[in-house]
Design a protein around this ligand. Structure first.
Ligand code: PXL
Length: 281
């Protein structure tokens, strides 16, 4: 049997909305990995389409939690960060990377803050630049095209770009300091969507392309990132992990699209057995 691994994930709890921790915890656990959580904030819902949500920033609780874990000699084989609620939390995550990882812990950063050319509610350009410094410490960064463009001061192009645009974007993310970049939402042809993977020293980008569905769903970035973390910690290489994660995300989207009334998230739950089977092969 593989050695059991323990992952820490740091992101918000959106109580309703199928994103961030309510996605990461079940998905990574289903992958057979012990999953510890550190909530960066508690919101009644996510901020993408609801109005009037509550927001409790937990930044002030984080230092004591980290001190306690260090005192207990708890450490993690991978630390995966998603949506962070403030610039100070970015500094606190850098401190966690230094203090809470095993000697060869994987640092995985999803700079969850923007999509479709726009920052999520409450974030600004300065936050994107701060997030770029966290991405610079990552073994693996998981931005979408919007996030990569914002962190590297590159113009965002929604569609009609070519491979040289994507290569420039990925090189710039590597130049921030990340060792591998996994860029989501890449499409060179109508009807096709994919993930691009590039590590320092690679001559060529590797891709996994799949069908592009008509309608997008909320929370797919978090679902992809969580499944990617599960697969990489279970020993897949970055392209194989991106492939498993993209197939799982797509399966969740297909299930969601059968239900016209489900507008705020992605029904990934019924696709979990497929992910587990794939990882057990
Ligand atoms: O899915 C990313 C995400 C996470 N957390 C919160 C969000 C969003 C996207 O809108 O609002 C609170």
């Amino acid at each position: 049997m593989e050695q059991d691994k323990r992952v820490l994930t740091v992101q918000d709890i959106s109580c309703v909305g199928q994103c961030s921790l309510t996605v990461a915890l079940p998905i990574i656990s289903a992958c057979g990995i012990e999953t510890a959580i550190l909530p960066s904030a508690v919101l009644s819902t996510h901020t993408g389409g609801f109005s009037g949500w509550t927001f409790r920033d937990l930044t002030d609780d984080i230092p004591a939690i980290v001190d306690h874990w260090q005192k207990e000699k708890l450490c993690f084989d991978a630390i995966y960060t998603g949506y962070l609620g403030s610039k100070r939390q970015i500094e606190l995550v850098k401190d966690m990377f230094a203090r809470l990882g095993t000697p060869d812990a994987l640092k995985i950063v999803d700079p969850a803050m923007a999509d479709h050319g726009k920052l999520y509610y409450g974030f600004d350009e300065a936050f994107a630049h701060e997030m770029a410094t966290l991405v610079g410490t990552a073994d693996i960064a998981l931005p979408n095209i919007t996030e990569a463009a914002m962190m590297t001061d590159t113009p965002y192009i929604g569609e009609g770009y070519d491979e040289s645009y994507i290569r420039t974007l990925m090189d710039k993310v590597l130049a921030l300091g990340a060792k591998t970049v996994v860029l989501t939402g890449v499409s060179y042809r109508a009807g096709e969507l994919g993930v691009a993977v590039l590590s320092r020293g690679d001559a060529e980008i590797s891709y996994y392309f799949h069908e592009k569905l008509q309608k997008s769903c909320h929370g797919t970035g978090d679902i992809f990132a969580s499944a990617f973390v599960g697969a990489i910690v279970r020993g897949r290489d970055p392209l194989a992990a991106a492939t498993v994660a993209a197939d799982f995300t797509l399966a969740g989207m297909r299930i969601t699209q059968k239900d016209d009334t489900h507008w705020y998230g992605t029904k990934f739950e019924r696709a979990l057995p497929m992910l587990v089977n794939e990882l057990n092969k």
